[in-house]
Design a protein around this ligand. Structure first.
Ligand SMILES: [Mg+2]
Length: 213
């Protein structure tokens, strides 16, 4: 029986097409260029390398360049969210249909996550926000993050579902015994490894959870 649902935040609770992550990504580039003197032409290559080896740009910069993670997080999330996101009544309705307790599990900071939830008008559905500080900067898909979040939940792994738009962020959750739902941002036709079910849009999640239960 499923009792608890962990939702990713960015590109999951709102669509990629909103454009919010584009600005955040731009700000990551800007941080590397202006604060770390990375040549503009080499930023994309370095970030791809960090993504592959460490999971996120933050984690790569933290390990390789010894940056202050808080300074980086403050800089990149200093965005006018309401420029990109507004209240989503359909999302609000879908979340209201899910009886299980819901929390957010994100590689972003909690204050930013709260601003996103407020802009979408859905903050009241979520019991907790497990953010980058809670997981001690060890971003998804680092196994440490999942162990730490799971140990804070009042349920066992097999009573928990995790939803994310990135397949590799789901694999560690499945390994711990959680059920996993992929938000199908990249139009996968078959289930990628680590994925138990696919939701075509966020609005389908209530039904997909019900089918998994
Ligand atoms: Mg995401």
């Amino acid at each position: 029986m499923l009792r608890y649902i962990l939702f990713d935040l960015d590109d999951t609770l709102y669509p990629t097409s909103a454009g919010l992550m584009d600005e955040i990504s731009q700000r990551m580039n800007e941080f590397m260029i202006t604060r770390l003197d990375v040549p503009a032409h080499d930023v994309a290559r370095q970030r791809k390398d960090y993504w592959e080896r460490y999971g996120t740009t933050l984690r790569g910069l933290y390990i390789e360049r010894h940056i202050d993670p808080q300074a980086f997080l403050n800089f990149v999330h200093d965005v006018a969210i309401t420029k990109y996101l507004g209240a989503d009544a359909r999302l609000d309705q879908m979340l209201a249909q899910i009886a299980q307790t819901k929390s957010v599990f994100t590689n972003a900071p909690g204050d930013y996550a709260r601003r996103v939830l407020d802009a979408l008008g859905v903050a009241h559905h979520f019991e907790k926000i497990f953010d980058i500080n809670f997981i001690e900067y060890q971003s998804k898909p680092n196994a440490f993050a999942y162990d730490k979040v799971l140990s804070a939940l009042p349920v066992r792994a097999n009573e928990c579902v995790m939803i994310d738009d990135t397949p590799r962020n789901l694999a560690p959750a499945q390994k711990l015994g959680m059920k996993t739902i992929l938000l199908n941002r990249e139009n996968h036709r078959t289930l990628p490894s680590g994925v138990d079910a696919i939701a075509q849009t966020i609005y389908d999640v209530a039904q997909v959870v019900q089918d998994l239960d």
